[in-house]
Design a protein around this ligand. Structure first.
Ligand code: EPU
Length: 337
């Protein structure tokens, strides 16, 4: 086994931050994980890396970075209504979504163009345009790093929430996702509940959209609002949209009539953090090479040579100013390393 030493992670994180790993190894098959967990005599810390789309490196990694590159897509079973498709963790997420849409298997089209790998999708229960991965996920195949055994985690056992799952909490250090199985619909049900998608379809005069129409429209919306990580380093939304009580929402709405928020089933409201950040004056702000995207204030960008600490310092300033103005604490969506 050939470990790469003092390896630059710049091409392996979507912020394109220069950080080094002591050791780096690209794992192409789950069977190779035993070498690092069951027979690992070095005791060095291990970091599991997917596409690196949701992390900010603020320092070098002292240990071994394992890049998950398992490939393969297989049909597990099907009936008249559903098809169960299993994708390996290292498959590119959007290539997989595109493959499903081309086959007219419905369920993932609203999650088009989200950067990342299939194996990362359940960790933060990726979501966009009225859909979340939990809606179509059947089960997750994992490698237990303590026993070396394969374990299947059902959808219910994943404990999915808004941008959260059991893979961020109790299974965080003990289970590596090796594949994800999705239950897709052979007779797709169109989800155009999200206002922006609905309006864009109407503008094109599409009254009965197919999942290919949904995918194309969502790709256009994302391309117009979100920076392409291949061109400008970023990790999508840097903050989560905060949840507040109904009474707090009503108070704020009196003061700020254009406040953007929507009611959750539990009586609370979810606010658009992008709106809070914009109203605090940060949209388009730039400090050296660290900045706030000018079309979507929820996204922080690296214009070239920003360090992770500079991005983090900007994020802390934004958090402080939103807290001072609205008395609402923002949580990071991105993992800080
Ligand atoms: N808004 C502003 N200013 C901004 C940004 C947003 O006022 O700078 C307001 C607008 O009124 C807009 C509303 O906020 O209508 C909602 O904006 P958007 O549709 O862009 O959605 P979001 O709530 O800001 C969430 C996800 C995104 C996902 C979009 C679309 C989170 C943290 N983010 O953003 O996910 O693409 O919805 O569904 O939930 C990601 O996680 O990386 C990500 C991009």
């Amino acid at each position: 086994m050939q470990l790469k030493k003092k390896f630059s992670l710049k091409q392996h994180n979507s912020f394109h931050i220069e950080a080094f790993a002591d050791f780096f190894y690209e794992v192409t098959h789950p069977g190779l994980l035993d070498d690092f967990f069951l027979h690992n005599k070095s005791q060095l810390p291990v970091l599991i890396l997917g596409g690196g789309n949701n992390m900010l490196f603020t320092k070098d990694f002292i240990g071994i970075v394992l890049k998950i590159s398992f490939k393969g897509i297989e049909i597990i079973s099907e009936n008249n209504q559903n098809i169960y498709v299993k994708a390996a963790a290292g498959e590119d997420w959007d290539d997989f979504v595109s493959f499903c849409v081309q086959n007219n298997w419905g369920g993932l089209e609203n999650l088009s163009l989200i950067p990342g790998q299939v194996g990362s999708s359940p960790i933060q229960n990726i979501g966009a345009y009225g859909a979340e991965v939990k809606n179509t996920l059947s089960e997750v195949t994992t490698y237990n790093t303590l026993t070396g055994k394969t374990e299947i985690i059902s959808n219910a056992a994943c404990m999915f929430g808004y941008r959260s799952s059991i893979f961020k909490t109790s299974l965080k250090n003990s289970h590596i996702i090796t594949a994800v199985t999705f239950r897709l619909n052979k007779n797709p049900i169109i989800n155009n509940t999200y206002d922006a998608v609905n309006k864009a379809l109407q503008a094109q005069n599409i009254l009965q959209p197919t999942i290919a129409d949904i995918r194309r429209t969502i790709c256009q919306i994302r391309e117009s609002k979100l920076p392409d990580p291949n061109k400008t380093g970023n990790a999508g939304s840097f903050f989560k949209n905060p949840e507040i009580s109904c009474s707090r929402y009503k108070q704020l709405k009196i003061k700020y009539t254009d406040l953007v928020g929507y009611e959750l089933g539990n009586g609370n409201y979810k606010l658009a953090a992008g709106w809070l950040i914009e109203k605090s004056g940060w949209k388009g702000y730039r400090e050296g090479d660290a900045g706030v995207h000018d079309k979507q204030a929820l996204v922080l960008v690296n214009y070239g040579h920003a360090t992770g600490s500079q991005i983090l310092s900007l994020a802390e300033k934004i958090r402080k100013s939103v807290l001072e103005k609205f008395n609402i604490p923002l949580e990071f969506e991105v993992n800080i390393l």
